[in-house]
Design a protein around this ligand. Sequence first.
Ligand SMILES: *Cc1c(COP(=O)(O)O)cnc(C)c1O
Length: 413
Amino acid sequence: MFKISDIMSNTSANKLQDLQHFGEFGGINPSISDSSTYTFLSAKTMIDTFEGNTDGCYLYSRHSSPSNLHLGDALAALEGTEAANVYASGMGAISSVIMQLCDAGDHVVSSRTIYGGTYAFLKNFVKKFAIDTSFVDITSLETVEKSITSRTKMIYCESVSNPLLEVADIKALSELAKKHGIPLVVDNTFAPLSISAAKLGADIVIHSLTKFINGTSDCVAGAVCGTAEFCLSLKDVNNGAGMLFGSTLDSLRAASILKNMRTLTIRIQQHSKNALFLAQKFEAEGFRAVYPGLVSHFGHHIMKEQMNADYGFGGLLTLDLGSLENANAFMELMQAEKLGYLAVSLGFYKTLFSAPGTSTSSEIPLEEQLEMGLSNGLIRFSIGLDHDIERTYRKMQDCLKQLNITPQAQVLV
Ligand SMILES: *Cc1c(COP(=O)(O)O)cnc(C)c1O
């Protein structure tokens, strides 16, 4: 006897494809839960639910709602974890995880190249609780290990980081974390589908759903994927950070994000295809392009080793035009030529570009930033879903010509 499921590969994309939630009247989309609170037929069940003992019973929507659970199911399928909770923003997810894992006086070892909000939270906000963070070069395992102390409660990093697209060696980091008995927390916002962080050994995987996963840049939302036990602990009515901070996602939004997730596989493939094309073209022309899909990229081999090849190297690339003036002029002209928007964020159908500059990058001394390739002339692109990327490239080339920006112009200061 064999089951049909036995002969199919069990990838994240297949798990996502196989999810089926019927609506209340047999609808092919799950019904949206339009209530903040839920009735009980018996008073006894209400008490049991309060104590977390009654599966499938809803109490109050800050704790859980059917729509949020459906979206959580999809995210758990995406990352291959037992469970996932959803939040009102990526920062809502990140701050909940950090506060759940750390007590006053604890310590975090974090990559020094992380999202600005996460950096500010770890650097400034948690000081209130005497929690301190060592910000380290996450690509140096030796430095990471040296920074771990008896007070360390987690290693924190991003799978692919902002803005230089550093690639974390998740397998190696997870071995290190296990050796020291602490969890590895990975923010996988830049590489959904391309990298299955939990399968590589991350204990907790975080997403800002605001970016690729929702893909329509019409809301902010976040998720935490992990063990059922950890996800439940975040929801604990007495001491769960998720429950008590209250950054709860609205059910209407959860439903719309779930619908957008159905095209995630196709979108990621197109983002990656377009970004690789542009990165290769710009590099061939002599521009300094940074993209994990380029052989010249520092993290290329690690990315290749740990990625799911079907989904490519992701939609983000950077281009260094030598000076902030060049970067600004190019971005304004590209927007005028309808090539995309001068805007932060990522994962939209149209290309988004911004100049992160040396100023946003945190802990790293200016000299080191320049050495790493973080210059003021850097433009970060989130490449869109353009159906004719060759045309896009020609238009970008025209913009550069019009502005007299050549590869020779990018002299590092
Ligand atoms: C945007 C982003 C966040 C924060 O998410 P919000 O939804 O804006 O709160 C966290 N991590 C990364 C890598 C991001 O790009």
